[in-house]
Ligand binder design. Structure first.
Ligand SMILES: Cc1cc2nc3c(=O)[nH]c(=O)nc-3n(C[C@H](O)[C@H](O)[C@H](O)COP(=O)(O)OP(=O)(O)OC[C@H]3O[C@@H](n4cnc5c(N)ncnc54)[C@H](O)[C@@H]3O)c2cc1C
Length: 391
């Protein structure tokens, strides 16, 4: 089985079945630029300039990096992308990728925008929305709640929770599940706490609310075990979103600056070990949980498939999902969806100028995930050559 799936991961005809020759050529040029640090720097400077001076370069951005990594400027624009994925049994999770405004009005707008997305998802039969708590409360208050300076009775926490409840009520009405993203460690306790409170309300029959666990943090598996035990006692289901973690450099730098022990694993190997063990534990307890993994790692995806097989779980089991970003790791998405596994692509959308910070992050991808862009580039080149040889 491993060999078959590995072959499928290398099958570029399948991975790019949805891409025309023209789109593939554009992706080739985009990843050529991302492959050269100097060109990436120039590209970033260009994007920043467009953002700052509001230069009229929308068309160039739209036809290059934006179209590769984003679904469109509005949800309606994204519909074509959703349909093209649906043909291959791949689901879509649109994410409004604009930087949140840090004011009460900004938080209420984020809530309203999220509810609009949820209503759209309900109509289209799309099952997930991801929520960033920093869109619903400022980082400073989240940090104070996490450190205990503000209590869970404080007006800040109560209004934050209220916004989430409004959002979750609308999710339940629309049959949409809510993934609560993990963010920086110094605000994470507030996020964990609210997620568990919400699970107690909404996860009585199945997992509607998911909390994200970052395996680059030490102690992640212990936290999952403890939370799952509590959920068993209190009779609710535990929704587990599992990732490696996106803020490694920032976390390490802060720990160094403020002279505390870094909360991050000492090596990639130890993060991988925590990830695999957490996967195994989650699958072995799937009767009381759901598992949603966000990863571009082929080994992890294969490991999960083997665990499902060993535990007699069907690929179509609705408690288990694998997710990749739109424009990345299509080889995993298309290979596993062709075998019946539940795949969902995270699809950023938003007005071009407002998504520029997201696009810069994608272009600037930190050193820890550079390998994924290289892998994508290699596969694109392989597919272009395969198509050339057909003629
Ligand atoms: C659909 C989706 C949703 C996501 N949601 C979130 C989220 O809510 N919160 C969040 O934080 N991230 C999120 N991420 C990002 C994720 O955490 C990873 O940063 C990213 O996916 C790369 O990890 P990987 O498993 O794909 O690949 P890999 O290439 O196998 O792993 C790279 C990751 O390993 C870890 N790592 C690398 N080097 C070291 C080292 N020296 N020591 C210790 N650890 C190391 C880092 O976490 C790095 O990002 C999401 C990703 C996806 C695809």
């Amino acid at each position: 089985m491993d060999k078959n799936i590995k072959n499928l991961f290398n099958n570029t005809e399948l991975a790019f079945t949805n891409k025309s020759n023209f789109e593939l050529t554009k992706a080739y040029f985009l990843f050529s630029v991302l492959d050269y640090p100097l060109l990436t720097k120039i590209g970033n400077a260009f994007l920043l300039l467009v953002l700052k001076l509001r230069l009229p370069f929308k068309v160039i951005i739209k036809n290059t990096i934006f179209n590769h990594f984003c679904g469109g400027e509005t949800l309606e624009d994204c519909k074509e992308t959703f349909l093209s994925l649906k043909k291959y049994n791949i689901s879509a999770m649109p994410e409004y990728s604009i930087e949140a405004e840090s004011s009460v009005e900004g938080f209420e707008n984020y809530k309203k925008d999220s509810i609009n997305i949820i209503n759209f998802l309900g109509k289209e039969g799309l099952p997930f929305i991801a929520i960033k708590c920093t869109g619903l409360l400022d980082i400073d208050s989240l940090e104070k709640i996490s450190s205990g300076e503000y209590t869970y009775d404080s007006k800040e926490y109560i209004s934050f929770k209220k916004r989430l409840i409004d959002l979750c009520d609308s999710a339940v009405r629309n049959n949409v599940q809510v993934l609560i993203d993990a963010e920086e460690t110094w605000i994470q306790d507030a996020i964990d706490n609210v997620a568990i409170e919400l699970m107690q309300i909404y996860n009585r029959k199945s997992s509607v609310i998911f909390l994200t666990h970052q395996c680059y943090r030490t102690g992640t598996l212990s936290k999952i075990k403890k939370n799952l035990e509590v959920s068993k006692e209190k009779k609710y289901f535990y929704g587990i979103k599992l990732v490696r973690g996106a803020y490694m450099e920032k976390e390490r730098n802060r720990a160094l600056q403020k002279s505390y022990t870094s909360p991050i694993q000492i090596s990639k190997l130890s993060t991988d070990k925590e990830y695999n063990e957490s996967l195994k534990y989650s699958i072995e307890n799937i009767d009381r949980a759901s598992l949603w993994i966000g990863s571009h790692n082929e080994e992890s995806s294969l490991y999960l498939i083997n665990l499902m097989n060993d535990n007699n779980l069907r690929p179509q089991d609705k408690r288990i999902w694998l997710s990749q970003l739109y424009g990345m790791s299509d080889n995993i998405s298309y290979a596993l969806s062709s075998l019946g596994y539940n795949i969902v692509k995270l699809i950023p959308f938003g007005p071009i100028d407002k998504t520029i910070p997201y696009l810069i992050r994608r272009a600037n991808e930190n050193s820890s995930v550079k390998g994924q862009s290289n892998r994508q580039f290699t596969l694109i080149k392989k597919e272009i050559n395969r198509r050339k040889n057909l003629n």
